[in-house]
Design a protein around this ligand. Structure first.
Ligand SMILES: [Zn+2]
Length: 291
Protein backbone atom coordinates (compact mmCIF):
# COMPACT_ATOMS: atom_id res chain seq x y z
CA UNK A 1 0.00 0.00 0.00
CA UNK A 2 1.38 3.35 -0.99
CA UNK A 3 0.12 6.66 0.24
CA UNK A 4 0.27 9.79 -1.85
CA UNK A 5 1.71 12.23 0.64
CA UNK A 6 0.39 15.39 -0.93
CA UNK A 7 -3.25 15.82 0.09
CA UNK A 8 -6.04 16.71 -2.28
CA UNK A 9 -7.05 20.26 -1.41
CA UNK A 10 -10.82 20.62 -1.79
CA UNK A 11 -10.62 24.43 -2.09
CA UNK A 12 -13.60 24.68 0.21
CA UNK A 13 -15.57 27.83 -0.58
CA UNK A 14 -12.84 28.87 -2.97
CA UNK A 15 -10.02 29.00 -0.41
CA UNK A 16 -6.90 26.91 -0.01
CA UNK A 17 -5.89 24.72 2.92
CA UNK A 18 -9.23 24.17 4.62
CA UNK A 19 -10.12 20.55 3.80
CA UNK A 20 -7.51 17.91 2.88
CA UNK A 21 -8.21 14.41 1.61
CA UNK A 22 -5.60 11.67 1.61
CA UNK A 23 -5.43 9.09 -1.10
CA UNK A 24 -4.32 5.59 -0.15
CA UNK A 25 -3.29 4.13 -3.46
CA UNK A 26 -2.98 0.36 -3.50
CA UNK A 27 -4.65 -2.44 -5.45
CA UNK A 28 -7.90 -0.86 -4.40
CA UNK A 29 -7.69 2.94 -4.36
CA UNK A 30 -9.12 4.45 -1.20
CA UNK A 31 -9.71 7.94 0.10
CA UNK A 32 -9.66 9.03 3.71
CA UNK A 33 -12.78 11.22 3.96
CA UNK A 34 -14.43 12.78 0.93
CA UNK A 35 -15.53 16.30 1.91
CA UNK A 36 -18.91 17.85 1.15
CA UNK A 37 -20.83 17.63 -2.13
CA UNK A 38 -20.08 21.30 -2.84
CA UNK A 39 -16.42 20.30 -3.29
CA UNK A 40 -16.99 17.50 -5.81
CA UNK A 41 -15.48 19.46 -8.73
CA UNK A 42 -12.25 19.91 -6.72
CA UNK A 43 -12.31 16.26 -5.67
CA UNK A 44 -12.58 15.18 -9.31
CA UNK A 45 -9.78 17.55 -10.32
CA UNK A 46 -7.59 16.30 -7.48
CA UNK A 47 -8.14 12.68 -8.48
CA UNK A 48 -7.53 13.47 -12.15
CA UNK A 49 -4.20 15.13 -11.27
CA UNK A 50 -3.23 11.78 -9.72
CA UNK A 51 -4.41 9.75 -12.70
CA UNK A 52 -7.69 8.60 -11.16
CA UNK A 53 -11.43 9.11 -11.53
CA UNK A 54 -14.29 8.60 -9.07
CA UNK A 55 -15.03 5.33 -10.90
CA UNK A 56 -11.56 4.02 -9.91
CA UNK A 57 -12.16 4.45 -6.17
CA UNK A 58 -13.12 1.35 -4.19
CA UNK A 59 -13.15 2.54 -0.57
CA UNK A 60 -13.91 5.59 1.52
CA UNK A 61 -12.43 5.49 5.01
CA UNK A 62 -14.50 8.04 6.92
CA UNK A 63 -13.15 9.48 10.17
CA UNK A 64 -16.57 10.83 11.15
CA UNK A 65 -19.80 12.00 9.62
CA UNK A 66 -19.50 15.78 9.93
CA UNK A 67 -20.39 17.18 6.52
CA UNK A 68 -16.93 18.61 5.82
CA UNK A 69 -15.66 15.00 6.02
CA UNK A 70 -18.47 12.79 4.75
CA UNK A 71 -21.12 14.97 3.08
CA UNK A 72 -20.44 13.75 -0.47
CA UNK A 73 -20.28 10.03 0.39
CA UNK A 74 -23.82 9.23 -0.82
CA UNK A 75 -23.42 11.13 -4.07
CA UNK A 76 -20.15 9.29 -4.74
CA UNK A 77 -21.73 5.88 -4.08
CA UNK A 78 -24.62 6.74 -6.42
CA UNK A 79 -22.06 7.57 -9.10
CA UNK A 80 -19.86 4.57 -8.32
CA UNK A 81 -21.83 1.66 -6.78
CA UNK A 82 -18.56 -0.28 -6.32
CA UNK A 83 -17.56 2.06 -3.53
CA UNK A 84 -17.50 0.67 0.03
CA UNK A 85 -17.89 3.25 2.79
CA UNK A 86 -16.23 2.51 6.15
CA UNK A 87 -17.71 4.42 9.08
CA UNK A 88 -18.16 3.98 12.84
CA UNK A 89 -21.16 1.97 14.05
CA UNK A 90 -22.60 5.16 15.58
CA UNK A 91 -22.28 7.09 12.33
CA UNK A 92 -23.50 4.36 9.99
CA UNK A 93 -27.29 4.74 10.42
CA UNK A 94 -27.03 8.46 9.65
CA UNK A 95 -25.36 7.72 6.32
CA UNK A 96 -27.94 5.07 5.43
CA UNK A 97 -30.70 7.58 6.10
CA UNK A 98 -29.44 11.15 6.40
CA UNK A 99 -32.93 12.74 6.48
CA UNK A 100 -33.01 13.54 10.20
CA UNK A 101 -29.42 14.74 10.24
CA UNK A 102 -30.14 16.99 7.29
CA UNK A 103 -33.35 18.37 8.77
CA UNK A 104 -31.65 19.36 12.02
CA UNK A 105 -28.61 20.80 10.22
CA UNK A 106 -30.87 22.87 7.97
CA UNK A 107 -32.50 24.38 11.05
CA UNK A 108 -29.05 25.51 12.22
CA UNK A 109 -27.59 26.57 8.88
CA UNK A 110 -30.72 27.94 7.19
CA UNK A 111 -30.10 29.27 3.69
CA UNK A 112 -26.36 28.73 4.08
CA UNK A 113 -26.74 24.94 4.14
CA UNK A 114 -26.73 24.54 0.36
CA UNK A 115 -23.83 26.96 -0.09
CA UNK A 116 -21.68 25.13 2.40
CA UNK A 117 -22.63 21.47 2.13
CA UNK A 118 -24.90 20.63 -0.82
CA UNK A 119 -26.63 17.30 -1.31
CA UNK A 120 -26.59 14.51 1.29
CA UNK A 121 -27.65 11.32 -0.48
CA UNK A 122 -28.53 8.11 1.38
CA UNK A 123 -26.10 5.20 1.07
CA UNK A 124 -27.44 1.67 0.44
CA UNK A 125 -26.71 -0.67 3.38
CA UNK A 126 -24.80 -2.97 1.03
CA UNK A 127 -22.18 -0.25 0.50
CA UNK A 128 -21.69 0.46 4.22
CA UNK A 129 -19.19 -1.28 6.54
CA UNK A 130 -18.70 -0.71 10.23
CA UNK A 131 -15.15 0.58 10.76
CA UNK A 132 -13.76 -1.46 13.63
CA UNK A 133 -10.68 -3.58 14.14
CA UNK A 134 -9.09 -3.10 10.76
CA UNK A 135 -10.01 -1.77 7.35
CA UNK A 136 -7.90 -2.38 4.23
CA UNK A 137 -5.04 -3.41 6.48
CA UNK A 138 -5.18 -0.17 8.48
CA UNK A 139 -5.95 -0.33 12.19
CA UNK A 140 -9.20 1.40 13.11
CA UNK A 141 -8.90 3.24 16.42
CA UNK A 142 -12.09 4.60 18.01
CA UNK A 143 -11.33 8.24 18.85
CA UNK A 144 -14.41 9.92 20.34
CA UNK A 145 -14.16 13.35 21.95
CA UNK A 146 -14.55 15.77 19.03
CA UNK A 147 -17.51 13.62 17.97
CA UNK A 148 -18.98 10.38 19.34
CA UNK A 149 -18.83 8.84 15.88
CA UNK A 150 -15.10 9.47 15.34
CA UNK A 151 -12.44 6.89 14.40
CA UNK A 152 -8.85 7.25 13.23
CA UNK A 153 -6.86 4.98 10.91
CA UNK A 154 -3.24 3.86 11.26
CA UNK A 155 -1.15 2.09 8.66
CA UNK A 156 1.70 -0.29 9.41
CA UNK A 157 4.29 2.39 8.70
CA UNK A 158 2.95 4.64 11.44
CA UNK A 159 0.92 7.04 9.34
CA UNK A 160 -2.08 8.14 11.35
CA UNK A 161 -5.14 9.53 9.60
CA UNK A 162 -6.27 11.10 12.80
CA UNK A 163 -9.20 13.22 11.61
CA UNK A 164 -10.48 16.01 13.82
CA UNK A 165 -9.17 14.26 16.94
CA UNK A 166 -6.00 16.24 16.04
CA UNK A 167 -7.71 19.61 16.40
CA UNK A 168 -7.18 22.12 13.60
CA UNK A 169 -3.69 23.20 12.61
CA UNK A 170 -3.18 24.71 9.19
CA UNK A 171 0.38 23.54 8.48
CA UNK A 172 2.82 25.33 8.41
CA UNK A 173 0.84 27.26 11.03
CA UNK A 174 1.82 26.18 14.53
CA UNK A 175 -1.24 26.90 16.62
CA UNK A 176 -3.68 24.03 17.23
CA UNK A 177 -7.31 25.04 17.62
CA UNK A 178 -9.09 22.49 19.84
CA UNK A 179 -12.06 22.66 17.50
CA UNK A 180 -15.07 21.73 19.59
CA UNK A 181 -18.40 22.01 17.80
CA UNK A 182 -21.61 20.98 19.60
CA UNK A 183 -23.14 18.61 20.47
CA UNK A 184 -20.74 15.76 21.33
CA UNK A 185 -17.66 17.41 22.88
CA UNK A 186 -16.27 15.22 25.64
CA UNK A 187 -12.99 16.42 27.13
CA UNK A 188 -12.19 13.19 29.01
CA UNK A 189 -13.09 11.09 25.97
CA UNK A 190 -10.92 13.28 23.75
CA UNK A 191 -7.90 12.88 26.04
CA UNK A 192 -8.44 9.11 26.22
CA UNK A 193 -8.50 9.04 22.42
CA UNK A 194 -5.20 10.96 22.34
CA UNK A 195 -3.78 8.38 24.78
CA UNK A 196 -4.84 5.64 22.37
CA UNK A 197 -3.14 7.41 19.47
CA UNK A 198 0.06 8.03 21.44
CA UNK A 199 0.27 4.41 22.58
CA UNK A 200 0.61 3.44 18.95
CA UNK A 201 3.58 5.78 18.43
CA UNK A 202 2.60 7.16 15.04
CA UNK A 203 5.41 8.63 12.95
CA UNK A 204 3.21 11.27 11.34
CA UNK A 205 -0.29 12.68 11.71
CA UNK A 206 -2.31 13.46 8.58
CA UNK A 207 -4.64 16.31 9.39
CA UNK A 208 -7.82 16.96 7.42
CA UNK A 209 -7.44 20.62 8.44
CA UNK A 210 -4.67 20.76 7.13
CA UNK A 211 -1.51 18.87 6.26
CA UNK A 212 1.07 16.49 7.67
CA UNK A 213 2.58 16.83 11.14
CA UNK A 214 5.91 15.06 11.63
CA UNK A 215 6.21 15.52 15.38
CA UNK A 216 3.13 13.77 16.77
CA UNK A 217 4.18 13.92 20.43
CA UNK A 218 4.64 17.68 20.49
CA UNK A 219 1.42 18.16 18.59
CA UNK A 220 -0.61 16.00 20.96
CA UNK A 221 0.92 17.60 24.06
CA UNK A 222 0.09 21.11 22.81
CA UNK A 223 -3.41 20.03 21.81
CA UNK A 224 -4.10 18.64 25.29
CA UNK A 225 -3.05 21.96 26.83
CA UNK A 226 -5.25 23.91 24.46
CA UNK A 227 -8.30 21.69 25.06
CA UNK A 228 -7.88 22.14 28.82
CA UNK A 229 -7.32 25.90 28.64
CA UNK A 230 -10.24 26.61 26.30
CA UNK A 231 -12.62 24.34 28.21
CA UNK A 232 -11.61 26.05 31.45
CA UNK A 233 -12.14 29.46 29.91
CA UNK A 234 -15.77 28.55 29.26
CA UNK A 235 -16.24 27.04 32.71
CA UNK A 236 -14.77 30.22 34.18
CA UNK A 237 -17.67 32.17 32.72
CA UNK A 238 -16.19 33.80 29.59
CA UNK A 239 -18.87 35.19 27.30
CA UNK A 240 -18.88 34.11 23.68
CA UNK A 241 -17.32 37.42 22.71
CA UNK A 242 -14.57 37.10 25.31
CA UNK A 243 -13.89 33.49 24.37
CA UNK A 244 -13.60 34.31 20.67
CA UNK A 245 -11.35 37.31 21.33
CA UNK A 246 -9.00 35.32 23.59
CA UNK A 247 -8.80 32.47 21.07
CA UNK A 248 -8.16 34.86 18.19
CA UNK A 249 -5.30 36.49 20.12
CA UNK A 250 -3.64 33.12 20.74
CA UNK A 251 -4.06 32.20 17.10
CA UNK A 252 -2.61 35.48 15.84
CA UNK A 253 0.32 35.24 18.23
CA UNK A 254 1.31 31.76 17.09
CA UNK A 255 0.39 31.58 13.43
CA UNK A 256 1.42 33.19 10.20
CA UNK A 257 -1.07 35.86 9.04
CA UNK A 258 -1.61 34.13 5.70
CA UNK A 259 -3.00 31.05 7.48
CA UNK A 260 -5.62 32.91 9.53
CA UNK A 261 -8.31 32.81 6.88
CA UNK A 262 -8.08 29.02 6.58
CA UNK A 263 -8.17 28.64 10.35
CA UNK A 264 -11.31 30.78 10.47
CA UNK A 265 -13.10 28.69 7.83
CA UNK A 266 -11.99 25.31 9.19
CA UNK A 267 -12.68 26.02 12.86
CA UNK A 268 -14.92 29.02 13.59
CA UNK A 269 -14.11 29.94 17.19
CA UNK A 270 -17.73 30.57 18.21
CA UNK A 271 -18.51 26.91 17.44
CA UNK A 272 -16.02 25.83 20.08
CA UNK A 273 -17.61 28.17 22.61
CA UNK A 274 -20.95 26.45 22.07
CA UNK A 275 -19.43 22.97 22.13
CA UNK A 276 -17.60 23.51 25.42
CA UNK A 277 -20.68 25.22 26.91
CA UNK A 278 -22.74 22.17 26.05
CA UNK A 279 -20.07 19.88 27.51
CA UNK A 280 -20.10 21.65 30.87
CA UNK A 281 -23.88 21.80 31.09
CA UNK A 282 -24.08 18.08 30.36
CA UNK A 283 -21.54 17.41 33.12
CA UNK A 284 -23.58 19.48 35.57
CA UNK A 285 -26.74 17.63 34.67
CA UNK A 286 -25.14 14.23 35.09
CA UNK A 287 -23.47 15.30 38.39
CA UNK A 288 -26.70 16.69 39.88
CA UNK A 289 -28.24 14.50 42.59
CA UNK A 290 -31.31 12.73 41.29
CA UNK A 291 -34.57 13.81 42.91
ZN1 LIG B 1 -15.58 17.30 12.72
Amino acid sequence: MKTIEEPIDLHFRGDEKIIALYLVKGDEPALVDCGPSTCLPALRAGLAARGLAVSDLRHLLLTHIHFDHAGAAGVLVRENPELTVHVSAIGLPHLADPARLEASARRVWGDLFDDYWGELAPIPEANLRVAEGSALGLEVVPTPGHARHHVSYLDDEGRCYIGDAAGVRIVPGRFIVPHAPAPDIDVEGWNASLDAIEERRPTALYLPHFGRVDEPEEHVAALRENIARWAERVRGGATEEEFVRAGQQELERESEPEMLRSYAEAAPLAQSFHGFTRYWSRRETSAAPSA
